[in-house]
Design a protein. Structure first.
Length: 325
């Protein structure tokens, strides 16, 4: 304002000096001189005031640096989030809303974790109670199956339900169960799948189905060649057990045993025939006379004898009845 050749005060000073020489020539110049002089005094006063104010203001480099950094940061935000401060603030509000949703979801997640832990704890508590019940039932089942096996000519066999615990969460509780069997005295218990004898497997399965049918309310049981690997007294006992089981459950049995066939209330003959290079299976129900002949055929083969016929009648309980063959 006052420094330099072309400052305001310098220009006003030159104008004042020039007009001072002309003020005596004309009243107009005199008035203009007075105005320039007045303006010069005002500008000088303003200049002094500015100098005094500037002297009171101290330059803070640290604040200046922070201000510059803030401006740079704002410019960077403009490049990423909006061209104006208003747009940046709107984006900030959006982020705050998103963050509140995340916080809500995190809170919900923690609630779900707490609920899960409570359910897991309840699961294992209930699992322990169920496990105890299973242990008690397993002992009762073992005794019942042993009785059934004895009825089926396996007096020395022992049945065992092995129940173990697992930490895995399943729909069936905390236990795994496996059926084991020791078929002879002194033998170790083995899984049912490792029993080699087909006859033993047949009788064990019959014993299991006999027991379970009483509680499962099974309407039909199917046995396919349950007589495999057995004969004599054993097959007779199996036939009696099937007859006993049929009192409450429909039994369908595919058999080559005369003893088992003879205990049936109904008997069907299954035969395969080949016609026009096509195999056809035919099923036909047998009447009483046909049953006697078929059972006699099973006993003695195609050469049916009087002895085999009488044996068939005996098996069927018709020994004292007159049946024409």
């Amino acid at each position: 304002m006052k420094e330099g050749e072309f400052s305001i005060l310098s220009a006003l000073g030159r104008a004042k000096r020039n007009l001072e020489q002309l003020s005596d020539l004309s009243e107009s110049y005199s008035e203009l001189y007075d105005k320039i002089e007045s303006v010069l005094y005002e500008v000088e006063e303003i200049s002094y005031s500015v100098d005094n104010f500037s002297g009171d203001v101290e330059m803070d480099d640290e604040k200046l640096e922070k201000t510059v950094e803030r401006i740079d940061a704002i410019n960077k935000l403009k490049l990423k989030y909006g061209s104006t401060i208003t747009e940046i603030l709107e984006y900030k509000d959006k982020l705050e809303k998103d963050l509140s949703l995340v916080n809500f979801e995190n809170e919900e997640l923690e609630n779900l974790k707490a609920e899960k832990n409570e359910l897991v704890s309840q699961y294992f508590q209930d699992g322990e109670r169920l496990s105890q019940i299973r242990m008690e039932i397993a002992e009762s089942l073992q005794n019942t199956i042993d009785i059934q096996l004895s009825d089926l000519n396996m007096e020395n066999a022992k049945f065992k339900v092995e129940i173990t615990k697992t930490e895995e969460i399943t729909a069936y509780g905390i236990n795994n169960a496996e059926f084991l069997i020791a078929t002879n005295v002194g033998e170790t218990f083995k899984p049912l799948a490792k029993i080699a004898s087909g006859g033993e497997i047949s009788r064990i399965m019959l014993a299991l189905k006999t027991v379970f049918s009483a509680v499962d309310n099974i309407s039909v049981l199917i046995f396919d060649e349950i007589d495999t690997g057995i004969s004599g007294e054993t097959v007779r006992r199996v036939a009696e057990k099937l007859r006993e089981l049929s009192r409450n459950t429909q039994i369908i049995c595919v058999t080559h045993s005369p003893q088992i066939a003879g205990k049936a209330q109904q008997q069907f003959f299954i035969k395969k025939e080949i016609e026009n290079n096509f195999t056809e299976t035919k099923v036909r129900e047998l009447n009483t006379e046909e049953r006697i002949r078929e059972i006699a055929r099973i006993i003695s083969g195609d050469n049916i004898t009087e002895a085999s016929v009488n044996h068939a009648k005996e098996i069927m309980g018709l020994w004292d009845k007159k049946v024409l063959i």
